[in-house]
Design a protein around this ligand. Structure first.
Ligand SMILES: CC(C)(COP(=O)(O)OP(=O)(O)OC[C@H]1O[C@@H](n2cnc3c(N)ncnc32)[C@H](O)[C@@H]1OP(=O)(O)O)[C@@H](O)C(=O)NCCC(=O)NCCS
Length: 180
């Protein structure tokens, strides 16, 4: 029996689905999305080698909403294909290897769904932590190294583990005008 290779058709369908899910609708929506993706890809590479604070600037240019006094490590990943759905507050640190996600997919050719991921003010995300799509990290929270956050984290709590569980609370910290 002759095998039909329809991978090409699936790829085009998938790109068009990705584009629509990210708000690229209407005439040339898919083309505009592909153009954005090209620049996005370049910025991802630059963010891996640039000196701080350019790393944060490049993620802003990719579409992530990022407040002020935010440190994002060069080795951190701010969702590669849906940064527009990530919101990061002020005075946030995202350590090396942390992964902040805003999209999901079901299988190789499954649908790619996006959902907003929100990180509040004064949050610390430890090294290699993974924040799953659709979660919110409350103000002042600390996410331990190597944790998997699959549920929203309440403000002023320390969470850790896989999946992340509450370790204890954090005392509210007040900041001086210069943010230190
Ligand atoms: C989460 C963290 C802040 C907690 O520090 P701490 O308050 O000193 O906590 P402790 O070491 O006293 O540990 C308290 C409990 O939490 C657990 N715990 C600590 N860190 C954990 C983590 N990352 N994942 C899971 N559990 C963790 C400990 O095992 C301990 O459990 P136990 O009471 O059952 O023994 C710290 O462990 C951490 O992960 N820091 C991130 C470091 C990092 O990423 N640095 C990069 C800087 S840019």
């Amino acid at each position: 029996m002759k095998k039909i290779n329809n991978n090409k058709v699936k790829t085009v369908d998938e790109i068009s689905h990705f584009a629509k899910a990210r708000g690229y609708t209407g005439a040339f929506g898919t083309e505009k999305y592909m153009l954005w993706y090209f620049f996005n890809y370049i910025l991802i590479i630059l963010a891996r080698i640039a000196p701080y604070p350019l790393v944060t600037t490049f993620h802003r240019w990719r579409g992530a909403k990022i407040g002020y006094n935010v440190y994002i490590s060069r080795g951190a990943c701010i969702d590669h294909s849906a940064p527009q759905f990530i919101e990061i507050g002020n005075h946030v640190t995202i350590a090396y290897g942390a992964v902040i996600l805003a999209h999901n997919r079901e299988g190789r050719w499954g649908l790619s769904n996006v959902s907003k991921t929100k990180i509040g003010n004064n949050v610390f995300i430890g090294a290699n932590a993974v924040i799953l799509p659709g979660t919110t990290i409350g103000d002042g929270a600390i996410v331990g190294a190597c944790s998997l956050v699959n549920k929203s984290v309440k403000p002023y709590t320390i969470v850790g583990g896989v999946p992340a569980k509450v370790i204890r609370g954090v005392k509210k910290r007040t900041r001086s005008k210069n943010g230190i």
